[in-house]
Design a protein around this ligand. Structure first.
Ligand SMILES: C[S@@+](CC[C@H](N)C(=O)[O-])C[C@H]1O[C@@H](n2cnc3c(N)ncnc32)[C@H](O)[C@@H]1O
Ligand SMILES: *[C@@H]1O[C@H](CO)[C@@H](O)[C@H](O)[C@H]1NC(C)=O
Length: 388
């Protein structure tokens, strides 16, 4: 059989491409498209043989897409217009323009793709852009399934609840009841994750630099309910421990990843601290390493120090003593490699040497969980799973 011809739109650092390689279906990315030069540099580094169009999607004429004879489109359009706590400008947001262009093209393609996979943030499901997508897919004779999935449902200790739409064009035209059969097995995740994500999706951008003065140092800002939820997550044996995702070489440049004193003093109570034995971490966003609140978990690398006893009564001490105590925890950021591990990127994935650490966090924060998408692709692309 000929490999499937895949078009990867909004390709970023190639999360979709890695998932496609992993899913075991014979396929080839015939073209990837993205406007961001940093992301494109990383994409090319990892997929030097894949043609990459470094331009805006809305500037590519229909004929150019027709020439590709595409079997599948994989895409993760920009999500800022849809984030729940953002402005939600939806279809009037400039960043949605290219997606509306893609929707406009779909019925006009000389041979519409048989498969489509779309990834986006939670919030997309209630957008006009989603309604428009569904309308066009229906008109074009696609069957589709929408879902919300987090990596925790594939055993990865990281929350990243995302919206997915998988569509398949029916050979025999529309038949009303088949679209729900594309997928029934993948679990829709429960509310625990939703709660955690709502904080992570819209960080309040607490700058680690010279932000506004923090009025008062508080005891670890965590409610009993949150604490219990975390304990529950940490005892879920179906999820792998954080230590399996850590980079053994990190000690060589540990200094670089340790939290700075001013960050510790100011923000310790709002950090989401995990341990090597934890089975959870919050979503890593593009502000990781730059902003503190809700941008991703930090790791306690000291195994001797006890988190709770360090925090107990901490506010009663002098600044110097608080810092000394906090430093015994050896709190550090996950390295970009470790974030990539938690996002399911394979060991073969690499950054070009000249991409700064903060840019690495940024592009990873925009990307997706490769293991989750691989599993979805396996279901979407392999016939026996299609449930008919
Ligand atoms: C959510 S990220 C996708 C990330 C990708 N799935 C990955 O694994 O890295 C959205 C991407 O769309 C790109 N983008 C946004 N608007 C675009 C446009 N009009 N044309 C082409 N690319 C665009 C951004 O540069 C960004 O890399
Ligand atoms: C590309 O994306 C990075 C990370 O999200 C961002 O910092 C940078 O400004 C973008 N560059 C361009 C040319 O859009």
């Amino acid at each position: 059989m000929e490999p499937l011809r895949v078009l990867e739109l909004y390709s970023g650092i190639g999360g979709m491409h890695f998932a496609l390689k992993d899913c075991g279906v014979a396929a080839q990315v015939v073209v990837a498209v993205d406007i961001n030069t940093t992301a494109n540099q990383i994409y090319q580094h990892n997929f030097p043989c894949t043609p990459l169009w470094s331009k805006s999607i809305e500037g590519i004429p229909l004929e150019d897409f027709n020439k590709l004879s595409i079997d599948a489109i994989l895409m993760s359009p920009p999500c800022q217009p849809f984030t729940r706590l953002g402005l939600k400008r939806d279809v009037v947001d400039q960043r949605t323009k290219s997606f509306l262009y893609v929707l406009d093209l779909l019925p006009k393609l000389s041979s519409p793709p048989r498969y489509i996979l779309l990834e986006n943030v939670k919030g997309f499901e209630e957008s006009c852009a989603r309604n428009q997508l569904v309308k066009i897919l229906t008109e074009c004779g696609y069957h589709f399934k929408e879902m919300m999935v987090s990596p925790t449902s594939v055993g990865i200790p990281n929350s990243r609840l995302r919206y997915y739409l998988m569509a398949r064009r029916s050979e025999e035209g529309l038949s009303a009841d088949t679209h729900s059969k594309i997928l029934e097995t993948f679990p829709v995740h429960d509310d625990k994750d939703v709660l955690e994500q709502s904080a992570a999706l819209c960080p309040r951008h607490t700058e680690t630099g010279d932000g506004p003065e923090c009025a008062q140092f508080l005891y670890k800002l965590e409610t009993r309910a949150e604490q219990q939820r975390k304990q529950q997550q940490n005892s879920d044996q179906s999820i792998t421990q954080i230590q399996d995702f850590l980079d053994p070489d990190v000690d060589l440049n540990l200094e670089q990843y340790l939290l700075l004193p001013k960050t510790l003093l100011r923000y310790a109570p709002i950090l989401d601290i995990v341990h090597p034995t934890s089975r959870r971490s919050i979503c890593f966003t593009k502000g990781y390493g730059r902003y503190v609140e809700g941008t991703g978990s930090v790791l306690q690398s000291s195994t001797e120090a006890e988190t709770e006893s360090v925090f107990r009564g901490l506010e009663e001490h002098s600044e110097e003593e608080r810092l000394r105590r906090l430093q015994t925890l050896q709190l550090r950021y996950f390295t970009p490699r470790e974030v990539a591990n938690l996002m399911g990127f394979p060991q073969g994935f690499a950054f070009p040497d000249d991409v700064p650490v903060k840019q690495r966090y940024k592009v990873l924060g925009n990307s997706l969980n490769v293991v989750v998408v691989s599993k979805l692709l396996r279901i979407l692309l392999s016939e026996e799973h299609l449930g008919r």
